[in-house]
Design a protein around this ligand. Structure first.
Ligand SMILES: [Zn+2]
Ligand SMILES: [Zn+2]
Length: 397
């Protein structure tokens, strides 16, 4: 079953030109679970490969504005679209009912049923082949993280063993695969362990929301395939991280190391950071680190099919593209510039990096789209990001 996370918003506290505030869409098979819903989340969804589906479940980590302000607008949009079903469940820590009492004047009457469920650390939501666990984090009293934990899967069916035991092809094999014994025509009983390999592990994903480094997170994320941990700050802001109950990139990496996770994704990046410098800092402690940008996606396959991996812009709606009629090189957007001067600066910067960029008016937004050949997209992103690193912008005194 497919499982991935689309990073819709990766900024802390406020939106920036490049990052929206917190929201992650987890897709598992046909299910769509939204974790946090900051300002602008519905538009981020519209701009994503997922579109804005009739989300049925929203999980709030806590009630700070940079995690919930997108709710009233999105819930109204569902109403304006005439949604009567399905019901919408909103899960969150203690206080989420109060929040909705305050939102009532904005929401008015909704044509669909809205249910609010308060969860405490340790609460479990069982749902067939997986469960959601709310776990404790260190970000004030009313905050939780969420872990998605899949049940073990039955082992592989050993056809040779079944043949040797005389199990005929047909429904008997299905029964054994499902974990029940069968009685053959000659009265022999065959049990599942005779024809099934060892049970195969399910996947575990932990999403912290905001938190200072915490033992409870290590426990919840223990041997997880993916830990999505906040890293609001870099090491030089450690004091500030303590005061505000946030984590530095190094601290998040220490948690990931102790939890022995396969991949650490850092998010909730303070606007004073670009991202790569936090990745570098974290990698000194824990090697498998990514810092997703908005619309990046992380695929989490079953362990026998490989490690979780970041797909840059994998969650973006098919890039709005222009075609170079001569070469038919697909041009994709790498940035939006606020005005012509900024656009030309970016074009110049990219030319210095050996990339020929094109500019195109953006009809939806004021500004210009900067387009590059798809094959140069990654190099162009890196060039632009290097430019936006604070070290390059602030002159030494
Ligand atoms: Zn926050
Ligand atoms: Zn917060």
């Amino acid at each position: 079953m497919e499982l991935d996370l689309v990073f819709l918003g990766t900024s802390a506290s406020m939106p920036t030109a490049r990052r929206a505030p917190a929201a992650i869409l987890l897709r598992r098979g046909g299910e769509r679970l939204l974790f946090d819903c900051a300002e602008g989340t519905q538009r981020q969804l519209q701009r994503s490969a997922a579109g804005l589906p009739e989300i049925e479940e929203i999980f709030l980590t806590h009630l700070h504005a940079d995690h919930v302000l997108g709710l009233p607008g999105m819930l109204k949009t569902f109403a304006l679209r005439g949604r009567e079903a399905p019901d919408l469940m909103v899960y969150g820590p203690r206080g989420v009912r109060d929040l909705f009492a305050h939102l009532k004047p904005f929401l008015g009457r909704l044509p669909y049923r809205l249910a609010i469920v308060e969860l405490a650390p340790g609460d479990l939501l069982e749902r067939g082949d997986y469960r959601i666990e709310a776990f404790a984090v260190d970000h004030g009293a009313n905050s939780v993280g969420y872990a998605l934990v899949e049940a073990e899967r039955p082992g592989r069916f050993d056809v040779a063993a079944a043949d040797a035991l005389g199990v005929p092809p047909g429904p008997e094999r299905g029964i054994l695969q499902a974990g029940d014994p069968v009685t053959l025509a000659d009265g022999t009983v065959v049990t599942p362990d005779e024809v099934l390999g060892p049970a195969r592990p399910g996947r575990r994903i932990a999403i912290t929301g905001d938190t200072a480094p915490a033992p409870s997170v290590i426990q919840a994320a223990y041997r997880a395939d993916l830990l999505v941990h906040e890293a609001t700050f870099g090491g030089e802001d450690k004091e500030r991280a303590r005061e505000t109950l946030h984590a530095t990139a190094t601290e998040a990496a220490q948690v990931a190391k102790l939890a022995e996770v396969k991949l650490l994704a850092l998010t909730h990046i303070s606007p004073r950071y670009a991202g790569p410098e936090l990745a570098r800092e974290a990698r000194a402690t824990f090697a498998e680190v990514v810092v997703p940008r908005d619309f990046d996606l992380i695929e989490v396959p079953y362990s026998e099919r490989g490690a979780p991996r970041l797909v840059k812009r994998g969650g973006a709606a098919a890039a709005r593209s222009a075609y170079d009629a001569g070469a038919m090189t697909r041009m994709v957007q790498v940035a939006t510039a606020g005005d012509v001067t900024e656009a030309e600066e970016l074009q110049e910067l990219l030319r210095n990096a050996g990339i020929e960029a094109e500019l195109e008016a953006d009809d939806d937004e004021d500004g210009l789209r900067v387009l590059v050949p798809e094959s140069s997209l990654e190099a162009a992103e890196d060039a632009i990001e290097a430019l936006s690193e604070p070290d390059d912008l602030i002159a030494e005194p």
